[in-house]
Ligand binder design. Structure first.
Ligand code: URP
Ligand code: ZN
Ligand code: ZN
Length: 494
């Protein structure tokens, strides 16, 4: 009889708070011991000279999902989860997207059917709510929050997804009452539409005009508006895929005022700029996403936000579309920018990019890397401490990183179904060589060791109480001024 199924020995363990050398003992999929000199296992992995980190929690990815334009993502739950695990992730939280007219129950069933037979690692779903009707607000959403779907995204832009401010208020009120977290795609739809209509009318249809139409002001205005709506109801909000210095400042100011505003940025806003969208011919379409990559000053602001606590999470927003008629060029080989599928791939490179250019170049610490790519998402989205850390009792979800391994990025080495990577040719240092998912060796020597369908669905609890944005004291609810929260709290108004 051995004490452990697996021991990861002699590695340097890093969590969001500590770095120390020890062995990790794993039994029945969970971590059962962390100590020096562990012994007695079916298998021992020697991690001397390596970092032993919590597996990534990739909480912003679009897998086997129809976009707002109705285009199916190139990755299903098999290729999407395989690509994720090769990139050091052990949990994914993609979206279960409601399209108008669908019931949320029906949407959830559909996504379970898509994920269950194919996922190789554990998964949960955020909802996307595009039809905030009475049935959704009155019955389905509260019931689904109770059933463990504790976060949802709303859009302030895209014709088929966009909600009015009052719909967002209704959703925030339900989030508040039921302890869920609202995520927001914050861009002003009218600004984007107004600019694109004029650009298109003047024959400016090339991909680069996508970046021009998604002006920074559209992002900062909508971010501020979403923050004020959440402030009215004194309820947390998470702004996804922040791209610009201006929006980051809006968020930072709100956090300094004590508001519960969380924020995310993504690799495309650190490593790409609007110049990439201005590449020859249609090539720029590969880099079109919303909000678009900006410029070098915005990139610096994103790095600053990662190290000063403005951003709690760093996710890929993996929105995989092939550069052909099934994806990016769905509306034709020379489609105008308005008709290009929006989104870039990045699920497999999210962690290696941040490790190499963030930790490796001294922009963030190793602990911050762990917090940004794993622990904070697990806390915010209600999976901690089961996921997102290395601790006795947690799931044995671990990535063993070789900090010295150098890799030149080419799409050939990746496992997604996209056919290109925006990061082609980059030289990265540091790579997740072995990935353990619930104690199973999922990736080793470049090979997959787990079966499609072996990932588990994760029911989540309300998570936002675990962390607060860095900033001043939490804002006190002022009954005289915060009428929104008062109305919710006061029986006389119900
Ligand atoms: O362009 C993007 N980001 N596409 C994916 C959908 C979204 O808004 O996150
Ligand atoms: Zn979005
Ligand atoms: Zn997205």
């Amino acid at each position: 009889m051995t004490d452990f199924d697996l021991i990861i020995s002699q590695g340097t363990i890093a969590t969001a708070s500590d770095i120390f050398k020890a062995d990790v003992g794993i039994k029945d999929g969970r971590i059962t011991a962390i100590a020096e000199g562990l012994d007695g296992a079916v298998r021992i992995i020697d991690a001397d000279g390596k970092f032993v980190l919590p597996g990534g929690v990739e909480a912003h990815c679009h897998i086997e999902q129809e976009s707002g334009m109705g285009i199916m993502a190139a990755d299903d739950y098999k290729s999407g989860s395989i690509s994720a695990v090769f990139g050091g992730n052990t949990t994914i939280i993609p979206f279960a997207a409601q399209h108008r007219g669908q019931s949320l129950r029906e949407v959830i069933e559909l996504y379970h059917d898509r994920a269950a037979p194919k996922a190789v690692i554990d998964y949960a779903f955020h909802l996307i709510i595009s039809d905030a009707n009475e049935q959704v607000l009155g019955q389905e959403l509260p019931a689904l929050i109770k059933a463990g779907y504790t976060s949802f995204k709303v859009f302030l832009t895209y014709p088929l997804l966009k909600l009015e401010d009052r719909d967002v208020l209704n959703i925030l009120a339900i989030a508040r009452e039921n302890g869920a977290l609202t995520m927001v795609h914050a861009e002003n739809d009218d600004i984007i539409r107004w600019l694109s209509d004029r650009l298109m009318a003047n024959g400016n249809v090339a991909p680069k005009y996508h970046a021009m139409s998604h002006a920074r002001i559209a992002e900062s205005e909508a971010s501020n508006r979403a923050i004020q709506l959440a402030r009215l109801l004194d309820t947390p909000l998470l702004i996804v895929h922040v791209s610009s210095e201006e929006a980051a400042k809006v968020i930072r100011r709100a956090q300094d005022d004590g508001l519960k505003v969380f924020a995310e940025t993504c690799p495309q806003y650190l490593f790409l700029t609007a110049d990439d969208i201005d590449k020859d011919g249609m090539e720029g379409a590969k880099f079109c996403c919303s909000p678009p990559p900006r410029n070098a000053a915005d990139q610096e602001a994103m790095w600053r936000g990662l190290s000063n606590g403005t951003f709690q999470v760093f996710h890929s927003d993996h929105a995989p579309y092939r550069f052909d008629e099934t994806g990016k060029l769905n509306a034709g080989p020379n489609a105008p920018f308005k008709k290009l599928a929006n989104g870039v791939p990045g699920i497999e490179l999210r962690m290696p990019l941040l490790f190499s250019e963030g930790v490796g170049k001294g922009r963030i610490s190793l602990n911050e890397f762990v917090a940004l790519t794993s622990t904070n998402a697990a806390k915010i989205y209600g999976l901690h401490p089961r996921k997102g850390t290395i601790a006795v009792g947690s799931d044995a979800d671990i990535a063993v990183w070789n900090p010295d391994r150098e890799i030149t990025v080419t799409h050939d080495i990746l496992h997604d179904n996209v056919g290109y990577t925006p990061y082609e040719g980059m030289l990265l240092k540091g790579w997740p060589e072995k990935v353990i998912s619930r104690g199973r060796v999922a990736v080793e020597d470049g090979k997959l060791g787990v079966e499609p369908g072996s990932g588990n669905f994760l029911e989540r609890s309300p998570g936002y109480d675990f962390i607060r944005p860095k900033g001043d004291l939490p804002l006190e609810i002022d009954p005289e001024h915060n009428f929104g929260a008062k109305i919710l709290l006061d029986d006389r108004f119900s």
